[in-house]
Design a protein around this ligand. Structure first.
Ligand SMILES: [Zn+2]
Length: 452
């Protein structure tokens, strides 16, 4: 689907935006009250318990909705450069807006990998040109993501990289890993690890277990994730870099995270909707849409992950939005690529897994989609992940009780590989304001702020 170009209108000329009559929530300071939020340019001007005048304002009706800090997805794959058939920076940031996110952080496993300052610039310029969600760059820690030589991390941090990762692969060499952690520590950036000990996952395509055996597919043991996570925690003990384990999949990993945090290490962990809601049973019938990395595991693993999100051991919810074309996912299971898309179903799927199930309230879910990611990426101090007068005008509006059917065919993403297609979601994003523009997802949102 191709949409008409958005009007390029300077922020200063756009009318101020009034988000009217919602339940305003700022999880970090425990703020929770019904009221109006007035946004002028790129700042929150006022949060008022009494209704504000609407003359000359673009009004977003938030009656019955949650008005919260702009949601941040710290783990997406925008595929550009090199994978534009799957997604582009523009279509990916459109998908982010459609999913209720004001900001995403993109991973460096593009072609070429984001391992130079010029490539960090490229992504930032493309994102600015699209003018949709804010895009922050997670740059490669090693040249070509090959795990051998360190990339120019300091120069990339100066170019705007907010974090480092070789996502798609774990860094195999303990010596290289140690140097990466020390470098991240010295330039004050977090390292985001894709925990996968590759010698244990040779030809592995789904969770090791009876179903993999039945389907005749290579099994991927949980210990492949856990052993690298454990190694890194030990390496980092004497370094103290901000270390983040991406897309955790196993109960064992939750235990490692819990122990490291109890020992006072600056460690965080992340969960994705598919690991909370699905098990390896979704792979039955050689269903390639359920082929993800790390793989979907057992019901006990999913339960341990949900518990860890509830008790705060896992502070960050992400999607690992990983677009692939229909023809790639149409290959046989062993040959199809890993990954599923998630941006446009995330709010509703987290609502289903955590709120409708009675495990959590929306405020806590929102905290893990705002405060957690902002803290991880070092953006909390700049006011992201929060909602307060004077802070950035990044706001998401969510209808907390909306039950709606996920229809991948209507997604803004260029890809359709959603394991939740046809599911009934709980909670729906209805508006996003970011970079001075308002997108009302219920109406003519593609016209953007300032449209007559
Ligand atoms: Zn990964």
């Amino acid at each position: 689907m191709f949409l008409p170009p958005l009007p390029s209108r300077p922020v200063s000329e756009a009318p101020p935006i009034l988000v009217r009559g919602g339940r305003v929530i700022d999880p970090l300071r425990g703020f929770d009250a019904v009221g109006d939020v007035l946004l002028r340019g790129e700042r929150v001007e006022r949060i008022s318990a009494t209704p504000l005048p609407t003359t000359g304002l673009r009004v977003i009706d938030a009656d019955g909705c949650l008005v919260c800090p702009g949601l941040i997805d710290p783990h997406v794959h925008l595929r550009e450069p090199g994978g534009e058939r799957k997604e582009t920076i523009r279509t990916g940031s459109e998908a982010a807006i459609a999913g209720g996110f004001s900001m995403v952080a993109c991973m460096p496993n593009t072609q070429p990998a984001l391992d130079l300052p010029s490539l960090v610039d490229f992504v930032r310029l493309k994102a600015a040109e699209a003018g949709l969600a804010r895009v922050r760059v997670v740059a490669a820690a090693t040249v070509g993501r090959e795990g051998e030589r360190l990339a120019p991390m300091g120069a990339m941090a100066r170019a705007g990289a907010v974090a480092f990762s070789d996502d798609g692969d774990g860094i195999a060499s303990a010596m290289v890993m140690r140097r990466v952690l020390a470098t991240c520590r010295s330039i004050d950036r977090p390292f985001l690890q894709h925990c996968q000990e590759a010698t244990l996952t040779h030809e592995a395509v789904m969770n090791e277990g009876p179903l993999a055996a039945k389907l005749g597919l290579g099994g991927w043991p949980a210990v492949a994730e856990e052993i690298m996570f454990e190694r890194d925690v030990r390496l980092n003990a004497s370094i103290g870099c901000r270390y983040h384990a991406q897309h955790l999949s196993s109960a064992g990993s939750v235990e490692i995270l819990r122990r490291a945090k109890a020992a006072g290490q600056p460690v965080s962990g992340e969960a994705s909707p598919h690991h909370l809601l699905l098990t390896d049973a979704a792979c039955d019938g050689w269903n390639t849409i359920a082929k993800v990395n790390p793989p979907l595991r057992t019901g006990a693993d999913a339960e341990a992950l949900r518990k860890a999100v509830v008790d705060g051991t896992i502070e960050v919810l992400a999607t690992d939005h990983a677009p692939h074309t229909a023809s790639e996912k149409g290959r046989d299971f062993s040959a199809a690529p890993f990954g599923c898309i998630g941006l446009e179903s995330a709010v509703g799927m987290y609502g289903l897994a955590l709120v409708k199930s009675g495990l959590m309230d929306w405020t806590s879910v929102i905290e893990r989609m705002t405060v957690g990611p902002a803290r991880l990426l070092g953006l909390l101090e700049a006011g992201f992940g929060r909602l307060f007068e004077g802070g950035p005008a990044d706001v998401s509006v969510i209808d907390p009780d909306a039950a709606w059917k996920v229809e991948a065919s209507n997604f803004r993403s260029r890809s359709r590989n959603s394991p939740f297609d046809g599911w009934t979601a709980h909670g729906r994003p209805v508006a996003v304001i970011t970079q001075g523009r308002a997108f009302d997802l219920r109406t003519e949102w593609w016209r953007g702020a300032g449209a007559p």
